[in-house]
Design a protein around this ligand. Structure first.
Ligand code: HEM
Length: 174
């Protein structure tokens, strides 16, 4: 199993690898000698863009691990009753608000780019799936329109978020 490597597309190869041979075979098949089909064993035309898939997937996982880590630290501090006095952690939480959104985008990029050139794996290629009825201009128009709607929604989200943060939490009625 490869723990760390820098991927290259042409020719497909990994550089600077840190690996433990047999671990992935054991995890997948319970046998350290089982064969795991490598990306270089697929026809060149069926290999997705490696760099983007790799970088987006790994950054998503790095963010996931970061969320787990800060949750463990915060849970410990909550248990010790020092969470609300630990200003650096509270500040870190505020600065971390956009990160799950970034992780979602990275996960989506990993899923979309990683399944290329297929739109339905093994059945239909992306190149065969384009509509003959919808023109490129119409697609561009709807992308721009959706882009504007999402920008407006994003602006509203940030506005409401900042307003709530400035307003502060409600006093608990206990
Ligand atoms: C903890 C580490 C994480 C692991 C091991 C992980 C693993 C995965 C895997 C295996 C996929 C599927 C890729 C594919 O289609 O083949 C995926 C997709 C995705 N992940 Fe993660 N993920 C992690 C963290 C996160 C986090 C923290 C978020 C967001 C807050 C996230 C959001 C997504 C999204 C939106 C997709 C795309 C789903 C789709 O369009 O099919 N992931 N992730």
């Amino acid at each position: 199993m490869v723990f760390f490597a820098i991927p290259f597309t042409k020719p497909p190869e990994l550089k600077g690898t840190l690996e433990l041979p047999g671990l992935l075979s054991w995890m997948a098949f319970g046998d350290i000698n089982a064969h795991i089909k490598g990306i270089n064993e697929f026809p060149a035309a069926d290999i997705p863009p490696l760099w983007l898939t790799f970088v987006s997937f790994h950054n998503m996982v790095v963010l996931g691990m970061y969320f787990i880590l800060i949750t463990i630290v915060a849970s410990y501090k909550l248990w010790k009753k020092t969470l609300y006095d630990t200003r650096w952690l509270l500040k870190l939480f505020i600065w971390s608000i956009p990160l799950p959104l970034a992780a979602c985008q990275l996960g989506w990029i990993a899923a979309e780019v990683g399944r290329q050139p297929w739109i339905v794996y093994g059945l239909l290629k992306t190149a065969q799936a384009q509509s003959i009825n919808v023109s490129a201009g119409e697609i561009l128009f709807s992308i721009v329109l959706f882009g504007i709607i999402y920008l407006l929604l994003g602006g509203l989200y940030i506005y409401l978020l900042v307003r709530e943060v400035k307003h502060g939490p409600q006093r608990a009625n206990v």
